[in-house]
Write a protein that binds this ligand. Structure first.
Ligand SMILES: N[C@@H](CCC(=O)N[C@@H](CS)C(=O)NCC(=O)O)C(=O)O
Length: 197
């Protein structure tokens, strides 16, 4: 059985969600950032971590993609053109969406107070808004970023949409709002929220 170190209100929810999508059994070790339990496996003290076959994997997106590859679901196969396109969406979401949200988070509550620059929040919002415009253009009329098949980047983006809402960033309306709703209303996400609550 998989074990995941991490709490629900963190990037660990991406891993719980992916495991639910894949129908895999998992145990949640609900330890927060910088706990002794996470520091024992990750020198940075960051969550989440996945423990599989006695080995620890770090970084939520690497973990999601590993699980998708391993269980051959929610992903295109490595080496295909579609996988290249899928990974491009993953990198875009990580750089431009997660990146803007994380900048806002770091300068609101993560960094020690003396290192915070509150003015950067407006920059993070502007970057987020720009990413939303790019996403709308790249999504077009598709159901999911890769077309009609849900893949790893949709889970990542779906998580980021909820994160953005929770820190009161403006979320777009129209097709993008429908897309966020479509991804976030998946039963697997609901199960992950219940299990990790
Ligand atoms: N790239 C990592 C980032 C992990 C991360 O920053 N996690 C946050 C919680 S969501 C954390 O543990 N922060 C503590 C810190 O930054 O010191 C991932 O995607 O897993």
């Amino acid at each position: 059985m998989y074990q995941v170190i991490g709490t629900a209100r963190s990037r660990a929810i991406r891993v719980f969600w992916m495991l639910e999508e894949l129908g895999q059994d998992y145990e949640i070790l609900a330890h927060g950032p910088h706990s002794a339990e996470i520091k024992a496996v990750n020198p940075s003290g960051k969550i989440p971590a996945l423990i599989v076959d006695g080995v620890t994997l770090l970084d939520s997106v690497a973990i999601m993609q590993f699980l998708a590859d391993r269980h051959e679901n929610l992903t295109y196969k490595a080496g295909t053109i579609q996988r290249g396109m899928q990974d491009s969406f993953t990198n875009f979401a990580l750089d431009e969406i997660d990146g803007a949200l994380w900048t806002a988070g770091k300068h609101s509550f993560v960094l020690p107070e003396k290192l915070r620059v509150p003015a950067v929040l407006d920059t993070a919002k502007a970057e987020f808004n720009r990413a939303m415009k790019t996403l709308a253009a790249r999504l077009g009329d598709n159901e999911f970023v890769m077309g009609d098949k849900i893949t790893v980047p949709d889970i990542l983006i779906g998580h980021c949409a909820g994160w953005a809402k929770s820190i009161k960033f403006d979320l777009p309306e129209g097709k993008l709002a429908d897309y966020f709703k479509r991804v976030r209303s998946r039963p697997a996400f609901k199960r992950a929220l219940v299990k990790s609550a």
